[in-house]
Design a protein around this ligand. Structure first.
Ligand code: SF4
Length: 298
């Protein structure tokens, strides 16, 4: 298994350390409550100090999450969370960087950043709260809305086919790809712990029902269909098997880790980090380095 790469100070950190003074403003019953709770438990169980955690989001209901967890955080622009998080991580790779957002933010507006972050294998975790709708703007079809689904923007039924993020993540080069469900907090916490501890770019697509605007993909709709990959002895090292499982939907929906691989990260491969994190290196050049550089241009 890949080595654990989280920055830890103690065995566990009290979960109260991650409780924000700001109460979530989500609708009662929104799936995002389960995501927040599981994330707080995961970083607590991993013993991460909240000064070493940065949560970065885009725009949308779920992207309000950084305000509800006590850590460093940034609420950025629509679809730009991964770009900003990349800057945070490359500036100081010692930080644990978690990106949170929704399906519209990540797979619509921000999909280009999603693809390129995966192939770079930057050591960050991307939690996408997939409610298959644009919730903040009151219920329009998103990239993951199912075919024929009637929404505010598709009153006769959605004529587009849905984006399948887990398959795209696998083909895009993510070295950890999983699916969770906010209705199963125990499994979700375990998946988040493994994703954050993973060395490389980890993606956890989390089915997080929008109880106000998506009346089709509800908690009960998922509970009738979900099953756990580990209960069927799924091999997380088998890439082709993971692709096959990622295509399952409609009648049976797998939850758990599809795939995990140990590959060098961007930070490990980039020569600029040989002297340590950029944020801890001195600015400028020594006279000796300057002279060497100058000579090389002659
Ligand atoms: Fe959650 Fe939907 Fe309400 Fe947004 S609109 S807070 S996604 S239930």
């Amino acid at each position: 298994m890949p080595e654990v790469t989280v920055v830890k100070n103690t065995t566990t950190t009290p979960i109260t350390e991650f409780r924000s003074k700001v109460a979530p403003d989500w609708c009662p019953g929104c799936g995002d409550f389960g995501v927040l709770s599981a994330l707080q438990k995961a970083v607590s169980n991993l013993g991460i100090d909240n000064k070493d955690l940065v949560v970065v989001s885009g725009i949308g209901c779920s992207s309000n999450l950084p305000g509800f967890i006590k850590s460093y955080g940034m609420h950025t622009l629509h679809g730009r969370s991964i770009a900003v998080a990349t800057g945070v991580k490359l500036g100081n790779p010692d930080l644990n960087v978690v990106i949170t957002g929704g399906d519209g933010d990540g797979f619509g507006i921000g999909v280009g950043h999603f693809i390129h972050a995966m192939r770079r294998n930057i050591n960050m975790t991307y939690i996408v709260m997939n409610n298959q709708i644009y919730g903040l703007t009151t219920g329009q079809a998103s990239p993951t809305t199912g075919r024929d689904h009637k929404t505010k923007s598709t009153p006769l039924g959605n004529i587009e086919y849905p984006f399948r993020p887990e398959g795209v993540a696998l083909m895009g080069g993510a070295t950890f790809v999983a699916r969770g469900f906010s209705g199963d907090g125990t499994q979700l916490t375990q998946i988040y712990e493994k994703a954050i501890a993973h060395k490389g770019f980890s993606v956890v697509v989390t089915m997080s029902p929008c109880v106000t605007y998506n009346k089709l993909n509800t908690y009960s709709w998922f509970r009738e269909r979900v099953y756990k990959l580990e209960e069927e002895n799924h091999d997380t090292n088998n890439f082709e098997g993971a692709i096959k499982k990622s295509l399952e939907w409609d009648n049976r929906i797998p939850l758990g880790i599809f795939y995990q691989a140990d590959k060098p990260t961007y930070e490990e491969s980039e020569a600029a980090y040989r002297l340590g994190p950029l944020s801890k290196q001195k600015l400028g050049l020594s006279k000796e380095d300057w002279n060497t550089l100058y000579e090389s241009f002659k």
